[in-house]
Structure formats: C-alpha cells, structure tokens
Design a protein around this ligand. Structure first.
Ligand code: UDP
Ligand code: MG
Length: 312
C-alpha cells in the first residue's frame, strides 16, 4: 500500500484549523483504497490554541501526526521539518488556511502515481485578493531574481504540491540552513505537472506575512540563488580603468600641444586609477568569496531522476 504524507505548516492558525481538518480529511478519506495517508501538522511555535487543536484531532484520528516547534522558526523551517519527518512514498505540502484547495489532492496524487510525473504542483492563475503593494513588490522581485540568478523561479508557482519520494530526498540533500524553498524546488528540477489554481481568500485568521518578513524572504532568495553581485565591482572597476586610459590620452595630447598645467587631469587620472584598481580587486576577492560560499552551501553535484543501475 502506498502512503501519502500531507504536511501542513501552521502558525497561529487555531481559528481556521477545525475547518481545514474537516475539509482535508474528507478529501483524504475519499482517496482510492490503495492509498494510506498521514496528515502531518507542523506547529511553528504558535502562541494561540493551534497545538491544542492539533492534539485534539490526533486523539481521535490516528492519521494525524504532529511536530511542535519550541518557538516560531518560520514556514521554511516548518516545511523542512515536515519533509524530514515524512514517511510517505508521496509527500505533499499544503497551507492551513484553505487558500490551497484540498480538492486538488486526488488529481495531484494521480499525476505522480499514475501519469509518470515526479511533482504535481499548483500555479496561481491570478493575484486576486492580494494587496496592490504586495503584488507589485512581489512581481518586481521575481523579475530581478530571474535576471540575476541561473535558477529560474516561477512567479506563480505555489508551495502547494505533491512530490514523489525521490524528489523529497533530493530536496533534503539541499542542506543549507537559510532555506528558500521556491528556489530549491526549481533547483532540483524533475518532471512537473502544473495545476492552475485560482487565488482564494484565506478561510479565517490573518496572513502571517508582514512587509518586513517579505523583504527578508526576498533577500534570502537572492542571497541563496545567486552570487553574481559579488562580481559586479569588477565591471565598475573596469569602467573606471577605461576612463583612466582616456584621461591619460588627454594628458598626453595636452602635453604635446604645449599646455603647461595638466595638474587637474593628473589628479583625475590618479583617482580613476586608484578607484579602478580597488574595485577590480574587490571584485576578484568577491569571486573567491562566491566560490567559498557555493562550496559551503554543499549542494549535490547532480540529482538522478532515473537509472537502471542497482544501488549496492
Ligand atoms: N506559516 C508558518 N510559519 C510562519 C508563517 C506562516 O508555518 O512563520 C504557515 C501558515 O500557518 C500557513 C502558511 O504558512 O499555513 C502560509 O502562511 P500565510 O497564509 O500567512 O501566507 P500567505 O498565504 O498570506 O502568503
Ligand atoms: Mg495564506
């Protein structure tokens, strides 16, 4: 019998949890009888009655498992913990606020179990119900990160997904501590079936994202998935050195032309030279720093999707 683990990160979701549990359990109970399932709640250090509610579900339902954090570590940590603890052959992630439609779960499971996909993921078709500023900043963020990072990060891709065990293992091989899961999903690759998903209002409670948290999240994404900014000083330095060369030519021409006072030009020449050399040096140092950073991230050198070689 194949098992599905659905991971639910929860932070102060006491208000919406009973509704979520009812709707999601109904869908999971209705799955084909060839599947077993577990509903794994990760209480991310909630200050309300989230844990109490989860424990009351677990008391009467053996399919409910939970982990409760010692404090709030953030959704990224909650998802990682869930993936680490999951037992399923297929593992899914779903938000607790019913913004992700549990009704999609059977089709997603079918895609990974029967249709040959490794991942079934939902993609937002609109940004309905999202604040204007949040919407704008978020789309600008994706534009910037996709310009400067080699990993393409899909603006509409959501965390709501079901993955096969090998995808989960690949994600867990990414051992970096500051995690940006949207980037990690893209980075590991695999064959993905996308499900169009309309934006839904949360069923109860409030969003846990403040503008400050979102800006930090964007920063984590950029720092985690590109080291290019460390090289940028080289380009600035080279511009400075080209200007220095131009200045040198000006000085030579003026001297040949008999102009006696080239002092101003000499000062400018030295500023451009010193600036150029300094910036290039910083950029070269940055390239080594980037290499060190990439090595400490310790990501897998490759990820296997299929092979006919038996593991010994
Ligand atoms: N969440 C979490 N830890 C946090 C913030 C959020 O586990 O520090 C959970 C939250 O309970 C929800 C999901 O992550 O299940 C998405 O959060 P939210 O709905 O607040 O984000 P939004 O949908 O507004 O982007
Ligand atoms: Mg939400």
């Amino acid at each position: 019998m194949k098992k599905l683990t659905m991971i639910v990160p929860c932070y102060n979701e006491g208000e919406v949890l009973p509704l979520f549990y009812d709707e999601t359990s109904k869908v999971l109970k209705g799955l084909d009888s060839k599947y077993d399932y577990e509903l794994l709640f990760v209480d991310d250090g909630s200050g309300d009655d989230t844990l109490k509610k989860i424990m009351s579900f677990a008391e009467k339902d053996e399919k409910v498992k939970y982990i409760s954090f010692s404090r709030n570590f953030g959704k990224e940590s909650a998802m990682y913990a869930g993936l680490k603890m999951s037992e399923g052959d297929y593992v899914g992630l779903i938000d607790a606020d019913l913004q992700h439609s549990p009704e999609l779960i059977p089709d997603m499971l079918k895609a990974v179990d029967e249709e040959g996909y490794d991942v079934a993921a939902s993609r937002r078709t609109d940004r309905k119900g999202e604040g204007g500023i949040k919407s704008f900043l978020s789309s600008q963020f994706y534009k910037v990160i996709n310009k400067i990072s080699d990993t393409y990060i899909d603006d509409g891709a959501q965390d709501f997904r079901i993955m096969s065990r090998k995808v989960v293992d690949a994600i867990l091989e990414m051992t970096e501590k500051v995690r940006f899961t949207k980037g990690i999903f893209s980075w590991v690759g695999f064959n993905t079936k996308w499900f169009a998903h309309e934006n839904r209002e949360r069923a109860a409670g409030t969003s846990k994202w403040s503008l400050r948290k979102l800006i930090k999240y964007a920063g984590d994404g950029i720092l985690g998935f590109t080291t290019k900014p460390l090289k940028w000083p080289i380009y600035l330095g080279l511009i400075s050195l080209i200007l220095a060369l131009a200045e040198l030519i000006v000085i030579i021409c003026l001297s040949v032309g008999g102009t006696i006072s080239v002092l101003n030009h000499l000062i400018l020449l030295s500023v451009l030279l010193i600036g150029g050399v300094t910036l290039v040096s910083i950029g070269v140092g940055g390239m080594y720093l980037a290499r060190t950073y990439t090595e400490t991230q310790n990501r897998p050198v490759f990820i296997v999707s299929k092979t006919n070689i038996e593991k010994k």
